[in-house]
Design a protein around this ligand. Structure first.
Ligand SMILES: *[C@@H]1O[C@H](CO)[C@@H](O)[C@H](O)[C@H]1NC(C)=O
Length: 612
């Protein structure tokens, strides 16, 4: 080999090595655009609406007048370039793509569950069904999935609620009531995910007689297992989930999330074995959206620092992992939420899934390793204990207490003494506007009036005010698949405090006090989410120069008080400057009818003229 060849070989080796390193950290698609934009001299595509139909969500915190624009540019790297207030500001003779409709920043769900949503879409759905309907649904599923129901391939489903069974928790025998089902392995999650209802075949895998429920768990009937009883007794029996299954669930869920206008999700339970699949999909540019994970170890509420953090970002999507999820308590519907004072309708105060010593220790363990700690806390006792654990971690490690952005997931019932602690500890509330409207039916029974009035489902009082500018504004989410993922339905609930799935609204006056305006509702599912994951530098939830080029097009003006937010239709969803979903493409393909969601008023929206 001559000198030139060896120099050339060396250069190739260095370039290849650098590329390989870039591939390892980012995936090749993420550095490809660097070359493209260099060639392209930075000139991107310009999109314009009718005057002022772009809501950029860049107005100051205390303004309730939304900032608007008319045109924006998306560069080849998938990020926004210039944003123009008026069309005549756009320089020289450049081609413009006209957008029919109103543009919003790409929406985020601050707390959702991608894999369970995909699993739910791929499994049996028994939402709002009585017992005969549940059995019919399983039989219908069995027809299309004839090999399911074996020991290695359980029939899985989601959505039951004992309210549809006359208020009685179901039993294993009821799942075997049809001869075709009698020997099958059937596992159905309650609508809130906190209990599982299993068939006799699965029950037979457990010791007989059944052991007593572990602390933090309940076995209300022969066949239903809640919280720690479900985790400790049932999870170990489940057939192993393969990477292929996880990939199927993710790739099933993501296109459905695009349809409702989501470009990003904070995945509120990214389980140990899912991490590798997300990393792979993100590196290969196949994820299609922004995912901010919250790690859960192989066993819930444990410590697994061997998992590597991730920051895989490209125009095709993103997977970021630097947060963990810890479960403080259960849910209100199944009396699992931990309350300071007993429930109004049961002689119990619910249960913490860990005692305060354990919760504080686990929180501190993750905290000192520089992970963001996000604690599921529904009841006022759980919220108090979580705040105590955060305070203890920051007090024990003052050198590490700066900018930690610790989060309360749900923050549903907060004692008035504890609410100001969010501000003093700089803790982020991550709330779900549709939980408030769904829980309305039983929250009064569970909590009684005073507690409902002063503690439950805070929303507007969590936002900063000129008097309290240090409050961190709440992050909004849906907790899908517990609720439908549509953020516009969540905004409807936030603005009206009415159930977006019900035509009438019979809420009590007291629910109204905590409603928010439309500008805040948009921020809740947009720019407020950014702070919860150090994403503000990417312009998450905003249409802003150098931010991620993620936006959606809707069919009406969301700021017009006459427009019902739940009836707004998402027409297009764009991630990294690429259109991921379009209503009109789906119409052409005749696919628009498979939308699994309850879309109240969707017919009305479709009758509107599409051109503006
Ligand atoms: C908390 O739980 C742990 C593990 O079950 C136990 O060892 C400890 O004594 C408990 N602490 C308190 C204060 O109850």
């Amino acid at each position: 080999m001559g000198p030139y060849q060896s120099i050339l070989a060396g250069v190739i080796a260095i370039v290849t090595y650098a590329s390989y390193q870039a591939y390892l950290t980012n995936g090749w698609l993420s550095y490809l655009p660097v070359y493209v934009s260099a060639i392209d001299k930075g000139k991107g595509t310009i999109y314009c609406t009718q005057p002022g139909r772009i809501y950029t969500s860049t107005e100051p915190e205390f303004s309730n007048i939304p900032d608007t624009a008319t045109c924006f540019e998306v560069l080849a790297d998938g990020n926004f370039g210039n944003v123009w207030k008026d069309r005549d500001e756009v320089e020289e003779k450049r081609d413009v793509v006209d957008v029919d409709g109103w543009v919003l920043p790409g929406l985020w769900d601050g707390h959702g569950h991608i894999v369970p949503y995909g699993l739910m879409e791929a499994g049996v759905k028994v939402y709002d069904q009585n017992m005969p309907e549940v059995i019919d649904s399983i039989l219908a599923y069995l027809e299309t999935h004839p090999t399911s129901g074996s020991r290695d391939n359980w029939i899985q489903g989601t959505g039951w609620d004992q309210a549809y069974f006359g208020g009685n928790m179901p039993t294993a025998e009821q799942l075997a009531s049809h001869p075709l089902l009698s020997d099958l392995y059937i596992y159905l999650s309650r609508v809130d995910g906190h209990c599982a209802w299993i068939s006799p075949a699965i029950l037979r895998l457990l010791p007989s007689p059944l052991p007593p429920a572990p602390p933090g768990g309940a076995i209300p009937t022969n066949g239903v297992f809640c919280d720690n009883a479900m985790d400790n007794l049932l999870f170990p029996l489940m057939p192993p989930v393969t990477d292929e299954m996880v990939e199927t669930y993710i790739t099933t869920a993501v296109p459905l999330l695009h349809r409702v206008g989501l470009v990003g999700v904070m995945d509120a339970e990214t389980i140990y074995h899912e991490v590798g699949v997300y990393k792979k999909l993100a590196k290969e540019g196949r994820l299609g959206m922004r995912v901010y994970g919250m790690l859960e170890c192989k066993q819930r509420n444990t410590f697994c620092p061997e998992v590597e953090k991730a920051n895989i970002i490209s125009k095709e999507g993103a997977f970021i992992l630097r947060a963990v999820k810890i479960f403080g308590d259960g849910a209100l519907g199944s009396w699992g939420a931990a309350l300071i004072d007993p429930y109004e309708d049961e002689p119990t105060s619910g249960t913490m899934l860990m005692n305060s010593t354990q919760l504080t220790e686990l929180t501190s363990q993750w905290f000192v390793r520089n992970w963001q700690v996000n604690i599921h806390a529904i009841g006022d006792e759980a919220n108090r204990e979580a705040l105590n654990a955060f305070e203890a971690a920051m007090t024990l490690h003052p050198d590490m207490a700066e900018d930690r952005r610790l989060r309360l997931e749900h923050a549903q019932i907060i004692h008035p003494d504890d609410q100001p602690r969010l501000q003093s500890l700089r803790v982020i509330p991550s709330i779900q506007p549709t939980h408030a409207t769904s829980d309305m039916a039983y929250a009064l029974d569970r909590l009684g009036l005073p507690r409902l009035q002063h503690s439950a489902y805070r929303m507007s009082s969590l936002f900063p005010t000129p008097e309290h500018p240090d409050k961190i504004p709440p992050i909004f989410g849906s907790d899908f698949p517990v609720e439908p993922p549509a953020p516009l339905a969540g905004m409807h609930a936030a603005v009206t405090r009415c159930d977006p799935n019900k035509v009438s609204c019979d809420r009590d006056k007291l629910w109204e006090e905590e409603k928010v305006d439309r500008v805040k509702a948009l921020r809740g599912f947009g720019r407020n989410v950014a702070f919860g994951g150090w994403l503000e530098g990417y312009g998450v939830g905003k249409i802003v120069k150098e931010g991620w080029g993620d936006w959606i097009v809707v069919d009406a003006d969301m700021m017009d008080e006459k427009v019902e937010l739940r009836k707004l239709k998402v027409l297009e969803t764009w991630v990294g400057g690429e259109r991921k979903w379009s209503f009109s493409d789906d119409l052409r393909n005749g696919k628009e009818k498979i939308d699994g969601e309850k879309r109240v008023g969707a017919e009305g929206a479709q009758q509107k003229p599409m051109g503006y």
